[in-house]
Design a protein around this ligand. Structure first.
Ligand SMILES: Cc1cc2nc3c(=O)[nH]c(=O)nc-3n(C[C@H](O)[C@H](O)[C@H](O)COP(=O)(O)OP(=O)(O)OC[C@H]3O[C@@H](n4cnc5c(N)ncnc54)[C@H](O)[C@@H]3O)c2cc1C
Length: 481
């Protein structure tokens, strides 16, 4: 075998690189390699805004379960870690390469998303107050420089001064630069197989034909992780399934848009809500969410229409004249129970860090520290192992609650397309019955009581190749029971 490293990291997104940097900072003698294709096609990090939101991500389900509360604590921990983490990164960069967090997020409650928006918005303000965090309610939704269509204006908004944003691609670029400066080996390549002996991984086979040997391995390849670890599987315990939440976003020239802070809706319609993240002279508008069994990466006319229409109508009509500078498409790693997947696999020298779904960028400083500690033989910094990869699904809601949520999300989706109804047309009653009937039938076919997120139920209800999808879910749920 060629070259030996102490630790080989598979995946060149934010989580792979941030963990590599953490490792060499703590122990400069460690030989660490990061492997991943330089085009990063389908990478989540390369498509993210990114909002550094914690309470902005809360939903009406977050605080009602132990795993939900634990996940919020992780996000809070990350919020606190970001300023120091970024200072440390900046210390290794020339003055003109340094980055800063743009402060502040406004969450809008408007009438473009159905009752779900009200539930999630109220859950955010309640969580802020129960955790004693700073926030300011704008009773008439008077967000500075917002310019929505009158019939899509916010009814109320909440300002989260402690939650901001940063350019995800710029951060990734700088973390990779500093990791290289500090001695991390970077390979522009892909893993296509494993070399194993005596129940341990010995090395990885590269697309270019070489083999890289190592002592310990971390697979941090986002939604691509399940395919990479497939060959390592044994029958002792099933790996938590990880799907691909394909998200499309667009960057435009800011032109006359005056928005200087993140503006967003609550999470809605099986997605992360509509959001606008300002840059120096650009605005990023995100994001859609289509859950697939395997990663894909595309943007369609329908996605373009949804994003552009929503942003102009709900945030800023002046965006109409903005020129598009880039489309982004990436795969959010979504686990079957919606929680991160972190820890050791079947072999005692292979770990996984994935399943971070829609806030893995925000959580990166803490997840990197935690995983680096695990790789060095420690117990991590999270103080629990709830997110271990070979787990049964974490329970956050009942089957009945999952069906109710699915109905809320579908009705919300309906209103996002701005239908105008005569007052006597109770069209959504029909949608509710249709979605409920379909989802209950899916649950009967699945034969499980596990409460699943609406975006997964959408895949099971109407997704392409649904028989195959149902079989994959059943296989894991039976094995994990
Ligand atoms: C549109 C969109 C918007 C988002 N917005 C936000 C946000 O505002 N805030 C936030 O916190 N999070 C956001 N997220 C989520 C966030 O981006 C992810 O949680 C996080 O970036 C995951 O990082 P990662 O390093 O695990 O995965 P990735 O960034 O996907 O990186 C995995 C890497 O592995 C590489 N790879 C694939 N196959 C192989 C192989 N065989 N061998 C080696 N390497 C391989 C890929 O090329 C890729 O570069 C968003 C995601 C999307 C898609």
């Amino acid at each position: 075998m060629s070259e030996t490293h102490d630790i080989v990291i598979i995946g060149n997104g934010i989580l792979g690189y941030a963990t590599a940097l953490e490792l060499v900072r703590t122990d400069p003698d460690l030989r660490v390699a990061v492997v991943g294709p330089s085009d990063r096609e389908g990478s989540a990090t390369a498509a993210a805004g990114a909002m550094l939101n914690c309470f902005g991500e809360v939903t009406h389900r977050t605080l009602s379960s132990e795993p939900g509360r634990t996940k919020l604590e992780l996000s809070l921990h990350a919020l606190e870690a970001w300023p120091t983490w970024l200072d440390e990164l900046n210390n290794d960069l020339a003055d003109d390469r340094q980055l800063a967090i743009r402060e502040g997020t406004y969450v809008l409650l408007n009438s473009c998303g159905g009752q779900l928006d009200s539930l999630n918005y109220r859950a955010i303000t309640n969580a802020l107050s129960s955790y004693g965090r700073k926030y300011e309610i704008l009773p008439l939704g008077d967000v500075p420089n917002l310019d929505p269509a009158t019939n899509a204006r916010p009814l109320e908004a909440v300002h989260l001064p402690q939650e901001g944003s940063i350019d995800a691609r710029a951060v990734l670029n700088r973390v990779a630069e500093v990791a290289r400066q500090r001695g991390v080996t970077v390979l522009d390549d892909s893993v296509v197989g494993w070399r194993q002996a005596d129940g341990r991984a010995q090395g990885i086979e590269l697309r270019s034909g070489g083999i890289l040997s190592g002592g310990r391995f971390l697979v941090a390849a986002g939604a691509f992780t399940p395919a990479i670890v497939e060959d390592l599987k044994d029958t002792t315990a099933p790996l938590m399934p990880i799907f691909a939440g394909v998200g499309v976003a667009v960057t435009c020239k800011a032109t006359s848009s005056g928005l200087r802070h993140v503006v967003r809706t609550p999470n809605r319609s099986g997605g992360c809500g509509l959001h606008l993240v300002p840059g120096d002279d650009t605005v990023y508008i995100g994001a859609t969410n289509d859950v697939l069994l395997k990663p894909g990466a595309w943007s369609s006319l329908g996605m373009a229409h949804f994003l552009a229409g929503g942003a102009m109508e709900q945030f800023d009509r002046r965006l109409f004249g903005s020129s598009v500078t880039a489309w982004h498409a990436g795969n959010r790693p979504l686990s079957l129970d919606g929680f991160p997947v972190i820890g050791k696999l079947w072999q005692d020298n292979v770990w996984v860090l994935s399943g971070t779904y829609r806030d893995g960028f925000h959580c990166a400083p803490v997840l990197a520290r935690h995983t680096a500690d695990l790789l060095r033989g420690g117990t991590g910094v999270l103080g629990h192992d709830l997110f271990t990869p070979l787990r049964a699904p974490l329970r956050t809601m009942s089957r009945e609650q999952a069906v109710d949520d699915m109905v809320l999300h579908c009705v919300s989706q309906f209103y996002q397309y701005s239908p105008r109804l005569a007052p006597w047309m109770r069209v959504t009653d029909g949608i509710e019955v249709q979605v409920r009937t379909r989802t209950e039938a899916t649950y009967r076919e699945l034969g499980s009581d596990t409460g699943l997120a609406p975006e997964l139920l959408e895949l099971l209800n109407w997704g392409e190749g649904r028989k195959h999808v149902l079989a994959a879910f059943r296989q894991y749920l039976d094995a994990a029971a």
